[in-house]
Design a protein around this ligand. Structure first.
Ligand SMILES: Nc1ncnc2c1ncn2[C@@H]1O[C@H](COP(=O)(O)OP(=O)(O)OP(=O)(O)O)[C@@H](O)[C@H]1O
Length: 262
C-alpha cells in the first residue's frame, strides 16, 4: 500500500548540505503496524515528513497505492509529538476534533456521532466543551489522537505520540490503537524511542542507523496477534525481541560506521 524507495534527504547548511537520511526503503501493507526506532537524531521524523508529503525527499520516492506522494494525501492522518501546535487554541475540543471531518461530505449528525465516539475512545467524553489550554499536555495529545481516529484515515502516521502522557494512559492509548486497527483497515506508521512499546504494538520494527540513516534491520514481530499489556510482555519471545532491538540500537549509537543495508 505504501512504498518508500531509496529515499534520501539533504538540508542546506552554511557550508553546503547535510545528508540526514542516506538510503531508506520499506513497504507498509494494509492493516500493518509498522514502527521505526533508532538513535536520537537518526532522522526518524525526517523520514515521516517525507512519507506524509510534508517534505520532499532529495532522492527516491514515496508511493501510496501506486501513486507518487507529493503532498499530504487525504487518506492520511498525522499525529506529531508537538500537541501544543497541532490544536487550535480558540476552538473547543469538539470543534478541534470535528474540523478535518468538514471536508468529508458527512451530515452534521454523522460528524457529531464520530466526534462523540472518538472522544469517548480516548477517555475525554466529558471534555468536549473545554478549550485545549484548559487541558493538561497529555489530555491535549489525546484530543489530537481523537481527531485522527474520528477522521478514519487509511494510514495513521504517529511521531512519538505518547511521549507526554502518563504510563497508564499510554498503555490505554496503545491498546486503543490496536483495537482501532483491528476494527478498520487502518495501517499505522509509528515512531517511538520506547523499545517495549515498539515490540508490543508492531507487526514489524524498522531499526534506523545513526544519521545519515539507513535501515539497519527490519524485525518481524512474531508475537500472537492478540496483544495484552501483561500477558504479551511476559512471553519469552517478547523478551528476546526486546533485547534484540535494544542491542541493535545500542550498536548504532556506539558505532562510527554507517549501517550496512540488509
Ligand atoms: N529542516 C531542517 N533543516 C536542517 N536540519 C534538519 C532539519 N530537520 C531536521 N534536521 C536535522 O536532521 C537530523 C535528524 O533529525 P530528526 O528530527 O529527523 O531525527 P529524529 O530521529 O526524529 O530525532 P529524535 O529521536 O531526537 O526525535 C538532526 O540532526 C536535525 O538537526
Amino acid at each position: 500500500m505504501l512504498e518508500v524507495t531509496n529515499i534520501a534527504k539533504e538540508f542546506p547548511t552554511r557550508t553546503g548540505t547535510a545528508r540526514v537520511v542516506d538510503d531508506v526503503s520499506f513497504t507498509v501493507g494494509e492493516r500493518e503496524f509498522f514502527t521505526i526506532v533508532g538513535p536520537s537524531g537518526a532522522g526518524k521524523t525526517t523520514v515521516l515528513r517525507c512519507l506524509t508529503g510534508l517534505a520532499k525527499p532529495t532522492e527516491g520516492s514515496v508511493r501510496f497505492n501506486g501513486k507518487e506522494v507529493t503532498g499530504p494525501p487525504p487518506e492520511f492522518a498525522v499525529v506529531f509529538q508537538d500537541y501544543a501546535r497541532s490544536l487550535m487554541a480558540w476552538f473547543t475540543v469538539r470543534r478541534n476534533v470535528e474540523l478535518p471531518l468538514r471536508n468529508l461530505g458527512l451530515s452534521a449528525a454523522e460528524r457529531r456521532q464520530r466526534v462523540d465516539t472518538a472522544l469517548a475512545q480516548v477517555g475525554l467524553a466529558e471534555a468536549g466543551s473545554k478549550y485545549p489550554w484548559q487541558l493538561s499536555g497529555g489530555m491535549q495529545q489525546r484530543v489530537a489522537i481523537a481527531r485522527a481516529i474520528a477522521y478514519r484515515p487509511q494510514v495513521l502516521i504517529m511521531d512519538e505520540p505518547f511521549a507526554s502522557v502518563d504510563a497508564q494512559t499510554r498503555a490505554d492509548l496503545e491498546d486503543l490503537l490496536l483495537r482501532v486497527r483491528d476494527e478498520t483497515d487502518l495501517a499505522l506508521v509509528f515512531v517511538t524511542h520506547d523499545v517495549d512499546e515498539a515490540v508490543y504494538l508492531s507487526d514489524r520494527v524498522a531499526i534506523l542507523s545513526r544519521s545519515p540513516s539507513r535501515i539497519d534491520e527490519i524485525v518481524p514481530i512474531d508475537l500472537p496477534a492478540e496483544r495484552d499489556q501483561i500477558g504479551t510482555k511476559e512471553l519469552p519471545e517478547f523478551a528476546r525481541l526486546r533485547a534484540h532491538v535494544f542491542s541493535r540500537i545500542r550498536v548504532m549509537v556506539n558505532s562510527t560506521e554507517p549501517a550496512s543495508a540488509h
